[in-house]
Design a protein. Structure first.
Length: 431
């Protein structure tokens, strides 16, 4: 059995990309299972910076099949752009061996971005990426979404009628949008022509791959605390970002042997919502500058805070995490002390656990423990710093999940493994 899920354990942007890429290069199949163009994954190919929004980075490697599972919402023009960019850089066409798209995926349309922007301009903004993700999932739940299947099988009149109805549902003056509706139909027609060859059944393919003992990687986007059910609702994204999302997107059960969680050594969040360990002032600026904490999709400055152990334990439990990898430890190099939140105070009450966003919704004070800072994770001989070990031990004790490794820079070799444990063991020598 060689199945692995890798997800972020905080509010996204945990630096999952580097870890996922390392596993992906040895996988037979990499499947994204939720979200869409709200995520952004920057990679460097031939000295050129490429941001992928839908496609897993495994797409650049021959022999790895990248799958867009049916829990995803796909923005046609963004995906087409990505496919064109990848083909340009690789100087070859992608085939159905490289890319498989589930016909069940919903499509993100111009109306969804319009509605997202309208919602964000209203009374209760969430701080979304404005990519239309929430409204597209609303249409899914409302049983009126245009799926990839529809884009492939409905004729022009049928598409026109379905899309017109989406506008009629939302706008009294829907006639004002006739031009946009026409453009949407044309967009879906070009999407059909270009991606039709990649669309096929995902569950049969994954089942067969697992039966043949192939390596399958389930790649999460965003983070555990942005999960629509388990996160800090309503300040969440609209998909299931963790383990439940994998199953919702597969349409069947397969054992997922390893469930790896990625956590930054400090915490960041973009968008609004609870963030009990948030810091401000000089400390915040220092973390933002050192960690280059600006969003890959929107360029927004990220909010920053100390590692929150209560939140981390919640995310570990919610997703059956079997091991943690810490990232960006180098950002804290040289700090005299490093904070970790081990509880919250609300009046006279002390909270040591949370259920989603309720308890951390406001009116609480974090209980911060300060641990000694480190000057580097490992020295030039590869010896672990004692302070870094204390930090990892505290996380292990609190979350009851092993810290398998610590990443301390963007390079592939800038990762140290704990106690002889090697990530490679996770995926039968994959790394
Ligand atoms: P949406 O997913 O665009 O609807 O945004 C909902 C919330 O999720 C907002 O707080 C976003 O900032 C956050 N979010 C969405 N995608 C990402 C991501 O890839 N990284 C970090 N936060 C994200």
């Amino acid at each position: 059995m060689k199945t692995l899920m890798v997800i972020g354990l905080q509010w996204g942007d945990e630096g999952k990309g580097k870890i996922i890429d390392q596993f992906a290069q040895k996988a037979n199949i990499v499947m994204r299972y939720q979200g869409g163009a709200n995520s952004g994954h920057t990679i460097i190919v031939d000295d050129q910076k490429v941001v992928l929004h839908h496609l897993p980075s495994g797409i650049f490697h021959k022999g790895i099949r990248c799958v867009l599972g049916w829990g995803m919402v796909i923005t046609p023009e963004v995906l087409l752009d990505e496919i064109n960019t990848v083909e340009g850089l690789m100087e070859r066409s992608l085939t159905s061996e490289d890319l498989v798209i589930s016909a069940h995926c919903s499509v993100v349309l111009p109306i969804h971005r319009r509605l997202d922007a309208k919602g964000e301009g209203g009374q209760s903004p969430i701080g979304t990426t404005r990519r239309g993700i929430g409204p597209a999932y609303e249409d899914r739940i409302g049983r009126r979404a245009i799926r990839v299947w529809d884009a492939l099988h409905l004729n022009r009149e049928q598409l026109l009628a379905r899309i017109t109805r989406l506008y009629q549902n939302r706008f009294d003056d829907h006639h004002a949008f006739e031009g946009e509706i026409e453009e949407t139909v044309a967009l879906l027609e070009s999407f059909r022509k270009r991606v039709g060859m990649y669309v096929s059944r995902v569950n049969d393919m994954i089942r067969q791959a697992i039966d043949q003992n192939q390596r399958v990687l389930f790649e999460g986007a965003q983070g555990a605390m942005l999960d629509i059910q388990q996160g800090t609702y309503p300040f969440v994204t609209s998909s299931m970002t963790g383990l439940s999302g994998v199953y919702a997107s597969l349409g069947m059960f397969v054992p997922i042997e390893h469930r790896l969680g990625i956590a930054k050594t400090y915490v960041t969040r973009v968008g609004l919502g609870p963030f009990p360990s948030e810091v401000s002032g000089d400390l915040a600026e220092r973390l933002q500058d050192l960690g280059h904490e600006y969003g890959a999709t929107t360029g927004r400055k990220r909010r920053v805070g100390w590692m929150d152990l209560v939140q981390l334990r919640y995310a570990v439990e919610a997703n059956g995490i079997t091991g943690i990898v810490l990232t960006k430890a180098d950002v804290l190099n040289g700090f005299d002390q490093v904070g970790v939140v081990s509880g919250y105070r609300r009046g006279k009450e002390t909270l040591s656990s949370i259920e989603g966003g309720f308890e951390i919704d406001g009116g609480i004070e974090p209980i911060i423990e300060y641990l000694p800072g480190w000057s580097s994770v490992v020295d030039s001989k590869g010896q672990w710093s004692a302070e870094m070990s204390v930090f990892c031990d505290r996380i292990e004790t609190f979350t009851e999940s092993p810290v398998l490794g610590v990443s301390f820079g963007p390079r592939r070799d800038q990762i140290a493994f704990r106690g002889g444990q090697n990530l490679a063991q996770l995926f039968d020598g994959m790394v």
